[in-house]
Ligand binder design. Structure first.
Ligand code: FES
Ligand SMILES: [Fe+2]
Length: 378
């Protein structure tokens, strides 16, 4: 078999050329990423509060796979493949919901319990040698990390603690309310761009002051010289203190309370595609999940989580601003980048990495590409 990944020299970040453009549209690369990255990585389900009652469920899709996560009567969170064990019909077709106790297949009414075990199958009592316990749905691993739930399709994958050493403590430090938040909004954006184009854009500060007008608004809310991008092996952060001289944020005037509530911009990425963040002067805990759906198409799923009953005006405005202004401005850059990567006039560029690893340096992009390259090279 031809080696899928063998043509990138990455050892010295300061002089390396970027990952060759075909990695962003080649179907073979995409297939290798599916098999060698996503089928054994940790995927965000949601916050544990989204499954607070027995029977509440969430359906999560990744590539061609679909998983149901639900809370059992005993309080345990279960996850299992979203497929009926009779003739393979997809079992649950809603994104979220609450079942009274069983999941019923819409085809021939086989019914499964909250743990995926087969409860009943019409006419099965007439069958020879039909044992319900042989037709339970294969389970999927679930772990809780900083109040959020994740699944992994690989039964042998290392735990989240082993995959992301130190990350949970960092999340709890930066999101002290992580255990107490609840979902207040969710939105999917279908983006015609490779998932790495979206992550690359996410993890560099170079374009902040140099691209569109909405980015300038965010750049004005943070103390940009203090922006630090820090790689760890399979997770990384980028964070900056807020600009305390700002008088308004997201078109809302800032009073002292708003200024003190969260004087920081903070982002953490858990490889390969889960981001958690908080905007300056805003209280929502944001999730930003990139779900690859094709070599040149992805879904960005943003979630907004808040602790407490009342949502402060600045937080409310920042949620709207993310969904309606900053998100779309970045997405238009993702779309034009994807188009450019297809050009016969482009193969590789240059990472703008400086020795100080400053706020504008693209060293996290290089770090991320190295992880991808090593993973698909096998
Ligand atoms: S395929 Fe589900 S009951 Fe037949
Ligand atoms: Fe951006």
């Amino acid at each position: 078999m031809m080696q899928i990944a063998n043509d990138w020299s990455f050892s010295s970040p300061e002089t390396a050329l970027t990952l060759p453009s075909r990695y962003f549209f080649d179907p073979e690369v995409f297939q290798a990423e599916r098999d060698r990255i996503f089928m054994s990585s940790w995927h965000l389900i949601g916050h544990k509060s989204e499954l607070s009652e027995p029977g509440q469920f969430i359906v999560c899709d990744v590539f061609d796979q679909s998983v149901v996560a639900t809370r059992g009567r005993d309080g345990t969170v279960h996850a299992f493949h979203n497929v009926c064990q009779h003739r393979g019909n997809r079992l649950v077709n809603e994104r979220r919901g609450t079942t009274k106790g069983v999941f019923r297949c819409s085809y021939h009414s086989w019914c499964y319990g909250l743990d995926g075990s087969l409860r009943s199958a019409p006419r099965s009592e007439r069958m020879v040698d039909f044992k319900k316990e042989n037709y339970g749905i294969p389970p999927v691993r679930v772990e809780e990390f900083a109040g959020f739930l994740f699944f992994n399709l690989d039964p042998k994958a290392p735990s989240m603690q082993d995959t992301f050493p130190g990350a949970e403590a960092t999340m709890i430090e930066r999101f002290p309310d992580a255990q107490d938040v609840r979902l207040v909004g969710e939105k999917d954006f279908l983006v015609p761009a490779n998932w790495k184009v979206i992550m690359d854009n996410n993890i560099e500060g170079y374009h902040f002051e140099l691209s569109g007008p909405v980015h300038t608004v965010l750049a004005n809310l943070i103390s940009f010289e203090g922006y630090k991008l820090t790689p760890h092996e399979r997770w990384w952060t980028y964070t900056a203190p807020a600009n305390m001289a700002a008088e308004q944020a997201y078109s809302v005037p800032l009073d002292d309370e708003a200024k003190q509530s969260n004087p920081r911009f903070f982002n953490i990425v858990l490889w390969p595609h889960n981001t958690f963040y908080r905007f300056p002067f805003s209280n929502f805990l944001g999730t930003f999940l990139i779900i690859p759906t094709g070599a040149e198409e992805s879904i960005i799923r943003v979630g907004y989580y808040v602790a407490g009953e009342k949502i402060p005006a600045v937080t409310e405005a920042s949620i709207k601003w993310m969904s309606e202004e900053l998100g779309p401005e970045d997405i238009s850059l993702n779309i034009t980048t994807q188009k450019g990567l297809r050009s016969l006039g482009y193969k590789q560029g240059r990472y703008m990495i400086d020795a100080e690893r400053s706020n504008m340096s693209e060293h996290l992009v290089h770090h991320f590409h190295t992880l991808v390259y090593n993973a698909i090279r096998g």
